[in-house]
Design a protein around this ligand. Structure first.
Ligand SMILES: Cc1cc2nc3c(=O)[nH]c(=O)nc-3n(C[C@H](O)[C@H](O)[C@H](O)COP(=O)(O)OP(=O)(O)OC[C@H]3O[C@@H](n4cnc5c(N)ncnc54)[C@H](O)[C@@H]3O)c2cc1C
Length: 392
């Protein structure tokens, strides 16, 4: 913003180089954004999100604009790899396509190194997220960012409605649900209070802020053990707590973990509380499940790595969800509601990965197109614009 507007002055501080600034401001999460010396926000933000926070009337204006839009042929909810792929595949059929999402890029924005996106040997999450949006913008797709869906109202006449927290709503002949997943929280006292003040979820993002300090990693699956290995190279000491009687991570990761001198593994441990001094974390309390004893570990940081939760609460009662809250889909990406499809991490599709989500999103878009051309309902009749149909 300061590059394009000379009235905005910006100072960027690298916390890894200026530890005294980090300590003085009690920064426990990056980026921490200060506006005129007051804490404005923390965590990764796009310029659109910052502007929306500064311009308080923006959400209402967007909601009013939504009300004027015609029904979409395909409306994608979610702008992660699954949603972006669905939008590209739908738009290439020359049909009216929209994507509404809270944060374009999804989890990819929170990822650093990506080395298993086939044909790209190595890339970084924010770069891939930018490329996803650029690819979608190549086509005539209506992209509506910073929109959080709050309800799906399936229509009996073939037109479905999606309502948003902003107050707006959109109608569509077919809907593709691609709302992905988010970090699972422990749900113990102190976790929310000390979030970004010692409680963290992204070791790649916030690990360097705990340089030379003591941290715990909660969770002994692949992501927990990877986080512990990663953090062991930065922090003074890592305590890895696993609820089960054994670690669930791949053997190769466990072997690496065991080779590290500054990592202690505690099995059969149920975290019960994160403690602090009111400003920042100073410890973690757990119950030893074999003896029932309660123990306290003094430390400065807690990294929670206990899996992901699908972003599907808003769909309860409208489409069938599995006991884990994932959207139930068949091999074509169809949900329990005709004309409503789903893709990616939010669904019962196994193995939550970028490339799998992209394949899933593409498949859902092709299924949606198939539904449109086969549907006999007048509302669902497809209107392929002539000039676009030729290029599709
Ligand atoms: C730290 C980390 C590292 C990872 N590393 C890798 C890796 O190296 N390789 C790999 O293949 N995979 C990796 N993954 C997994 C990968 O990122 C996911 O599998 C993938 O992003 C899932 O894509 P998705 O589109 O289904 O969901 P998401 O990426 O979660 O995107 C969901 C989208 O929906 C939006 N949304 C959510 N709720 C709503 C709502 N109510 N209304 C509107 N929009 C909503 C979100 O803002 C977002 O745009 C990693 C994940 C994490 C967290």
């Amino acid at each position: 913003m300061s590059v394009v507007n000379p009235r905005i002055r910006h100072v960027s501080i690298d916390g890894a180089l200026f530890q005294d600034e980090v300590d003085a401001r009690q920064v426990m999460s990056v980026p921490s954004i200060y506006l005129n010396d007051d804490l404005f926000d923390s965590g990764r933000k796009g310029v659109e999100e910052i502007l929306a926070k500064l311009d308080t009337g923006a959400a209402k204006r967007e909601a009013a604009k939504m009300g004027t839009k015609d029904a979409f042929d395909v409306l994608v909810i979610g702008g992660g790899p699954a949603g972006a792929a669905a939008a590209v595949y739908a738009a290439r059929k020359g049909i009216r396509t929209g994507v509404a999402s809270e944060r374009f890029g999804g989890q990819v924005l929170d990822t650093m190194g990506i080395e298993n996106f086939i044909s790209v040997k190595e890339t970084e999450g924010p770069k891939l997220a930018r490329q996803l949006e650029e690819h979608v913008r190549q086509y005539e797709v209506d992209i509506m960012n910073l929109q959080r869906a709050s309800a799906l109202v399936p229509g009996s006449d073939g037109l479905h409605e999606v309502r948003f927290e902003s107050g707006g709503s959109l109608r569509a002949k077919t809907v593709i649900l691609a709302t992905g997943a988010r970090w699972r929280q422990m749900g113990v006292p102190g976790e929310e209070q000390y979030r970004n003040k010692g409680v963290a979820y992204c070791p790649h993002c916030d690990g360097p802020l705990f340089k030379g300090k003591r941290v715990a990693v909660v969770g002994g699956g692949n992501s927990g053990v990877e986080a512990a290995i990663d953090l062991a190279g930065i922090v003074a000491h890592v305590t890895l707590l696993e609820f089960d009687t054994k670690l669930r991570a791949d053997e190769v990761l466990q072997r690496k973990l065991r080779s590290l001198a500054n990592v202690e593994v505690v099995l059969n441990a149920q975290t019960t509380e994160v403690t602090g001094d009111g400003q920042r974390v100073d410890g973690l309390v757990y119950t030893d499940r074999s003896s029932g004893d309660s123990r306290r570990v003094p430390l400065e940081g807690v990294f929670v790595q206990i899996g992901l939760l699908p972003n599907t609460e808003w769909l309860k009662g409208s489409v069938a969800l599995s006991p884990r809250g994932e959207i139930e889909v068949d091999a074509h990406g169809r949900t329990s509601v005709p004309g409503v499809f789903a893709a990616g991490d939010a669904t019962t599709t196994p193995y939550k990965q970028i490339i799998i989500s992209m394949g899933d999103g593409s498949k859902a878009a092709l299924s949606a197109f198939d539904h449109l051309i086969r549907s006999s309902s007048p509302a669902a009749k497809l209107e392929v614009r002539e000039e676009e149909a030729e290029t599709a």
